[in-house]
Write a protein that binds this ligand. Sequence first.
Ligand code: DAH
Length: 339
Amino acid sequence: MPDKLKQIQGELQAAIQKCADLRALDGIRVKYLGRKGIITELLKQIGTMPPNERRDFGRQVNELKQHAADAIGSRKAELEAAEAEAKVSQEAVDVTLPGRRPIIGRKHIITQTLDEIIGILKGMGFAVAYGPDLETDYYNYEALNFPPDHPARDMQDTFWIDETHLLRTHTSPVQIRVMEQMQPPVRVIMPGRCFRNESINVRSHVMFHQIEGLYVDEGVTFGDLKGTLYAFLQTWLGTDVEIRFRPSYFPFTEPSAEVDVTCILCKGSGCRVCKHTGWLELLGAGMVDPALYSYVGYDPERYTGYAWGLGIERLVMMKYGIEDIRVFFQNDIRFLEQF
Ligand code: DAH
């Protein structure tokens, strides 16, 4: 083989060895075997040669062409195999890696607390009832024995929608709705949102939650109220919790009381949260005022009952040492995901 062809073969060999991917290899193929490739040009020269040289040269160039095509072909197969392998290992799944946890939502701390309380009271025989957030004056005040223009209405600053409609200021109106619907024995709890026209600050908000309790039957006494609240609060807050009743006033109960529990943080020894009294004011309660029975058609000579209303936010704040009521409604994930 003439030196020139040997040189071409050598260079081709070296280029094929060096090339690292299929694109580069195709470049080599074009350079040598393409329409204007080095070997193609040599093949074209065969026809222009004197006959005595033509035969040998033609054979040698054709051998070179064959060799080039074979070498490029086998390198191509090698590179294809390598690329396939790389792709497989790239796409492989490492089954030993720990999984990625999806971010799962959760119930709001207020809802969690309501669920807890409802669970306990259901276990004690109470059914659950709900009433509308948008109430009428009749249910929110009148049938609860707040006469028109009575100063007791001033205890609750109200969002009026029109002359007769308002956002309910407490869950007590559901008592009337429930008693209208059924005859004693009535044993229900009524959780829900309440609204008051307050200026928003760390201590008060325009929106909060209450859970109302009502038990009406023959022979229900203040002792039943005490025993039930005692059992409920000890189940919820711990067996070492004590309760005390202070006289109070609500238009819909007679007698009425405020109920305190021993401070859940210091267990009664006195701390900042209970203002060093050892007690926390937790709920309002009392015996259902017989005046309510005339609104719902119960016989006041036959039935007696008790009721209570418990605010949720205040208690959650004390339990977790939360100092600003606004965080419950700001929906900052950093706050919410702590519970
Ligand atoms: N509704 C009262 C309030 O929001 C709380 C309350 C007091 C509810 C005494 C009751 C009760 O059922 O008997 O201030």
